[in-house]
Design a binder for this molecule. Sequence first.
Ligand SMILES: *Cc1c(COP(=O)(O)O)cnc(C)c1O
Length: 424
Amino acid sequence: MKKEPFVTLKQLKEITKTYPTPFYLYDEKGIRENARALKEAFAWNPGYKEYFAVKATPNPYLIEILRDYGCGCDCSSMTELMLSDAIGVRGEDIMFSSNDTPAEEFAYAAKLGAIINLDDYTHIDFLEQTIGYIPETISCRYNPGGVFQISNDIMDNPGDSKYGMTKEQLFDAYRVLMAKGAEHFGLHAFLASNTVTNEYYPMLAKVLFETAVELKKETGADIRFINLSGGVGIPYRPDQEANDIRAIGEGVRKVYEEVLVPAGMGDVAIYTELGRFMMGPYGCLVTKAIHEKHTHKEYIGCDACAVNLMRPAMYGAYHHITVMGKENEPLDHVYDVTGSLCENNDKFAIDRELPKIDKGDLLVIHDTGAHGFAMGYNYNGKLKSAELLLREDGSVQLIRRAETAKDYFATFDCFDILKDLVQA
Ligand SMILES: *Cc1c(COP(=O)(O)O)cnc(C)c1O
């Protein structure tokens, strides 16, 4: 797939007059078109609902766009729950899919009426002791172990992952929950991440649907929904083919009709908790080249660093880079594109073929709309950037201001020595 920015150099030049680089820019049009396509792909299932994985892009303005397409919020921490509550997402519009959960988070999720998705068998007692009851509707997270394989391709390794219950625990959990008063059940699993294939969801659906049929038969539980969670990926590399969400929806429908309908479970709702797929391609990090360095390698230093986008440093992840205005120039230079952290892994690209980059050039780092800004941190005392929304009408809205030194020092407000900085 050819990688093209959703913003032009002319637009960026205009935007940088008001907002200095680096910043995140999001594409309202792309977010809307994609959310609409997802909704249509699962329209065959009357109860279908996407719970956007808030951790991917925890910005209320962006989540409010998704609300227009019926999306709820998938939360896994206190502040994610608070964010959802703040924008009026409450009750069964929240899926609380946490793990290693602190008591106060269960308590707050229950207070908001969220659907609680239990990660472990032992959390049944922990939850009951914390909130004093077992909710009427509750979900359990399943981990079948082993490796998750599509054809001959190992997609991921659930046997090594900390999430979910074994099959035996899952069946016991349903029985115990029923004995404690639970009436309606959900089933959840997340078995592979960033899958760039239309086969993942249908394969996962088969595992979950067959398990649900068995669960119903053996425990008599009233299974209301099956949550396919996240994991549908995006093509970060230009040589990858994007998923076709219609084909994915159709694939899940086929399995639904093969497995659930004959078992008398044709009223089960399908839920998803997509993060990356909803936002990844519709955000980019815009940064400026501020240095070029010629030593044992050729380096371009930019004004963003791993604090703004951690994925390359953390996972060696590929993010495509467009040098704005030089889209048609030959890729006849090989650069490491770096940030300014005192960490040698602070590189957005290593040995990347790019056109000649000059100081002042604007670089668009693609596909940073999910798990990008959200993973930011403050190493070297670097500050997080602003987030901007490119509206459908071409205007630009500031949806999160850049951090200032005052924000950075705010947690020292208990010390006199930094009082002036905190108040500045
Ligand atoms: C991270 C996460 C998601 C979203 O994953 P994506 O890969 O962004 O789709 C969904 N559900 C749970 C429980 C998660 O932890």
